[in-house]
Design a protein around this ligand. Structure first.
Ligand code: ZN
Length: 257
């Protein structure tokens, strides 16, 4: 890790006085970085103090084994304990969690990490935007995010699929942030369709947050395909899908009025 990220030790007297919290600041602290997620920062804090995440949380007397449980909601007591230990303001701790979201945004924001930037992850970073279903490239270094699980090796993924999936991801972001529900409904219809082709099961919003790249990329690409051709038309004109897909597509539309 970059030694520049580790702040110098300060005497414990520098800790802000928090009533009811026994101050036991950590020997070393690290400064949070822009867009860093609370759980990621806690991991770096643990690493700087030669312990793991669970040991750090136990030391702070926070009743959870995983920092990810705090990313969406950290209560005042936990924020105060962390702030005290790391010698930062509790507001800083809270700023590392997700802000209030619309239900649409929330449905497309993963509770657990499902993708990361290899480059930044190597430096111990875990960033907030990686949890968004529409995030495709790392906003810090520009590297394409990769899914945390997957049967496909990176070199097996075609450039064409990546190109389409990136476009679909951009459309998904617009849909998630648009005023009306129509755009997102349309995107999710394309995802549902893509899932039926590949016999993936489950909720379409989870498919685009899938830790397996073969699921996620295909579903994102379907959003882009549905935009450029309405699905029924795509079934007939598209040369980019194989015969098997075309048959399945036509079959899906036979059931629709
Ligand atoms: Zn990166």
């Amino acid at each position: 890790m970059d030694a520049g990220l580790v702040a110098p030790c300060e005497p414990p007297s520098a800790a802000p006085e928090v009533p009811g919290v026994k101050p036991h600041p950590l020997p070393k602290t690290v400064a949070p970085l822009p867009d860093e997620l609370l759980s990621g920062w806690l991991s770096r804090l643990a690493a700087a103090n030669y312990c793991d995440d669970a040991e750090l949380l136990a030391h702070l007397r926070i009743d959870t084994a995983h920092g990810t449980a705090l990313d969406f909601n950290v209560d005042a007591a936990a924020a105060a304990k962390i702030a005290n230990a790391a010698r930062v303001n509790p507001d800083v701790v809270r700023s590392l969690t997700f802000p209030a979201m619309t239900p649409r945004e929330a449905s497309l924001t993963a509770q657990m990490p499902f993708q990361h930037c290899m480059q930044c992850a190597r430096e111990g970073l875990s960033l907030r935007h990686w949890r968004r279903a529409w995030a495709f490239d790392c906003q810090v270094c520009g590297t394409r995010l990769v899914q945390t699980l997957g049967k496909l090796r990176e070199e097996q993924i075609s450039g064409k699929l990546i190109y389409r999936a990136r476009r679909g991801a951009g459309m998904l972001e617009c849909a998630a942030r648009s005023r009306g529900p129509k755009q997102l409904r349309r995107a999710m219809r394309a995802v549902t369709f893509a899932m039926s082709l590949k016999t993936f099961r489950g909720d379409p919003s989870f498919a685009v947050q899938n830790p397996r790249s073969e699921v996620r990329l295909f579903c994102l690409a379907a959003i882009a395909a549905a935009r450029s051709h309405p699905l029924a038309k795509a079934a007939i004109v598209s040369k980019s899908i194989d015969d098997y897909a075309r048959v399945a597509l036509l079959r899906a539309f036979e059931k629709e009025p």
